[in-house]
Design a protein around this ligand. Sequence first.
Ligand SMILES: C[S@@+](CC[C@H](N)C(=O)[O-])C[C@H]1O[C@@H](n2cnc3c(N)ncnc32)[C@H](O)[C@@H]1O
Length: 229
Amino acid sequence: MTTFEERILTPPAPRLLRSPGVYRPQYDTWLLAEAVAATGIPAGGRVLDVCTGTGALAITAAMLGAGEVTAVDVSRRAVLSARLNAWLNGRRIRARRGSMLALPATASFDVILANPPYVPCPPGTVTRGRRRAWDAGVDGRALLDPICRSMPLLLRPQGFLLLVHSVLSGVDTSLRQLRGCGLNADVVLRGRIPFGPVLSGRTVFLEREGLIAAGQRHEDLVVIRADRP
Ligand SMILES: C[S@@+](CC[C@H](N)C(=O)[O-])C[C@H]1O[C@@H](n2cnc3c(N)ncnc32)[C@H](O)[C@@H]1O
């Protein structure tokens, strides 16, 4: 039997444009896309992509056979980019502007995808504009806690969540919260990347908080899969 990592992890590559200020799809996006491709989307299934940005993951899900894809982002420019990109790739998605924190708690989706903001930031950091794509409070969990506690309510039976975030923002906490909501949750994929400009500018804070070892300049990302029985 092949392990998750041994499967062919070649997600489709949608053509993507983006308005200024919209998150540029990068390693975390593609790690989650690999997990989506390896897991598969139930044919005709209903998919929700929270924090959609360019719509990269929503469109990937549509390319992999989703029946209906809803994409949500708090940024107007992101929603416009997601709509444009869906059109460019000949896919239908419903892109809606709004906070994922305000989604109705009805069990409507077979698959939920989330690449939310998860970067820990020093106390007093003012988060606005494009920083809303990554800044997530001192512990990096401003969006992760609500996702782990409320997304399980939006999953249909046998539905699953795929969530990507950094180990700097508490993998055990995510797993505990998801399991506490009755889901079977585990890490299914990992990746390591050198610090980009955001984390490179926060090394003093991260070392002081004990989130990284002295001199550490890489971070590990994980994809968590959580299944509703
Ligand atoms: C790390 S980016 C990920 C974008 C895209 N999913 C990707 O993987 O390339 C996070 C996105 O979350 C959006 N966002 C931040 N807070 C949000 C909220 N409360 N509700 C919905 N979207 C939010 C940001 O605008 C940004 O587009």
